[in-house]
Design a protein around this ligand. Structure first.
Ligand SMILES: [Zn+2]
Length: 226
């Protein structure tokens, strides 16, 4: 089941990264985390001198989507390298704009075949997203998020995976979350509509239950359709 490409959409805080990790482990495919990929691209030490990286870093840190042509070029490069190894792929939050979708989907079709492409849309109320993101903390070492609703400690100190210290991302500040939600609504959500029209398999799943329950639902859809 590993020659498969999955695209996971959902507003900030919907847990698309968590679902992608669960599916990647279950199906033995590679999780392409666009957010983390972009973060590494603009904050990584290697390319800090490049003007284009400095410009993109400013966008990234303010919660505005980075320049689509730039992101696309970098993503396609990596996707081709992964497909070459024979692995399947799961994207969390990508392609994020119509521009990216129109150029990335044909690449995926060539590499994986249209019938092996699955799109999931995690649905969540915006108030829920704001609340969840406001409490979001990540491990600074392994990047695992702490599911604060299920670990109701007032001041958690150690990551349950590796015991590393936690940090809060700059883009999870309440004012930035509002910008990210608006960006999702205006630039990403319409892609799902377009993909539906073009005949891709799209499944809507509620993002509000516990992650393991969401995972069972998603996995059920994949098992039934293949
Ligand atoms: Zn950790």
């Amino acid at each position: 089941m590993n020659k498969i490409a999955i695209i996971m959409y959902g507003p900030p805080g919907s847990g698309k990264g968590t679902q992608a990790n669960l599916l990647a482990a279950k199906l033995d495919i590679i999780h392409f985390d666009t957010g983390r990929f972009c973060e590494a691209l603009v904050h990584g030490p290697d390319r800090q001198k490049e003007k284009i990286i400095q410009r993109e870093r400013k966008l990234f840190d303010s919660g505005i989507l980075m320049t689509p042509s730039f992101v696309l070029k970098e993503i396609v490069k990596h996707v081709k390298a992964i497909a070459k190894t024979g692995h399947g792929l799961i994207f969390s939050g990508s392609p994020r704009t119509i521009y990216e979708a129109e150029r990335l989907m044909p690449v995926l079709e060539t590499l994986y075949d249209k019938r092996n492409i699955f799109v999931f849309e995690l649905k969540m109320r915006e108030s829920f997203s704001v609340k969840r993101n406001g409490r979001r903390i990540l491990c600074s070492v392994c990047k695992a998020p702490l599911l604060t609703a299920y670990y109701p400690s007032k001041n958690p100190k150690h990551c349950p995976v590796c015991a590393g210290p936690f940090y809060k991302r700059t883009l999870d500040k309440p004012e930035t979350i509002k910008i990210r939600l608006k960006q999702y609504r205006e630039r990403t959500e319409p892609i799902v509509t377009i993909l539906k029209k073009r005949g891709y398999k799209i499944f809507e799943v509620s993002a509000e239950p516990a992650p393991y329950k969401i995972f069972h639902q998603i996995y059920g859809h994949l098992k039934n359709r293949r």
